[in-house]
Design a protein around this ligand. Sequence first.
Ligand SMILES: [Zn+2]
Length: 348
Amino acid sequence: MTSSTGFVYHADYLRHDTGFHPESADRLLSIMRKLEQQNLTTRLEHILPERAPVEAIMYVHTREYVQKVAEMSALGSGMLDPDTPICAATYTIALLAAGGLLRAVDSVMADDNALKQVFALVRPPGHHANASRGRGFCIFNNIAIAAEYLKRAHRLKRILIMDWDVHHGNGTQEIFFQDPSVLYLSTHQYPHYPGTGWITEVGAGEGAGFTVNIPLPIGSGDAEYLFALTSILVPIAREFQPEFVLVSSGFDAHWTDPLASMKVSTSGFGAFADLILAIANEQCEGRVVLALEGGYNHDALGDSVLAVFHSLLRGTGALPESDTVSPNTKVLQRIEDLKAVQRAYWDF
Ligand SMILES: [Zn+2]
């Protein structure tokens, strides 16, 4: 059976092995085990990645930084920052992670229109890496490389990046801060690592208004997230009219996650995917590529990825029912404050 939904995976993604670390190979093994248990691997198109060419990495990273990662890997080990160790395989596997995003994008952009959505099950993750620095478990910024590739190789002019990882994607924000062709929108626990992502960070120069931060208080769950997404993401996306939707898909906002303090449920991530798909179906013929970012409770991670795939396989997308989106008063106020800032750029 052919499917309009695909996944990127390569066993070599397990080879970025830095010993005892929350961002471990077991994360991907848990996901793949769950996919196989539910026979999803036979219902989904499997896309095998190749390493991204270094030129593609340098769309968003400096030559010096790429060389630093290559040299540290050649030495066999090193630390990019106190959270981000490197092993001998890291450089080539980080190229393979970015390459997974390039294959995903090419598959969705192919002339036959056979694949609509692809989830790139890659590691190491990327959204904390900026032009010259890797940090927060991230080596190369996979999603940013994909966005630049869509602009350069596929000549797209408006790309939406939704980042629902529990951490703010500071690297992605920095890379596109002055770029009006890439709209970066993030929900994240605030305050939390890496410290950025307040509502007043809106982009600069021609990019002013094309960075949208939704910082959410500790303990926010499905209702708060879905309220934020329907109040902010949906109207902005309709006005922006993206030609392609990219998702930095972390699952560390799950209520069981050991690295954060949010309360999103497993089915909540399915509802996020439904909402993204509704936007993509309306705006850009359903074109969505998701990239795995965080998520550190392995069971919850696998189950939440399943919830996203079930949404993609249904294919219809859906905006949430209004009775599921009544948030607490603190979040209501936060969204009003955010709208007051973003009203300079968007109609609400
Ligand atoms: Zn994260």
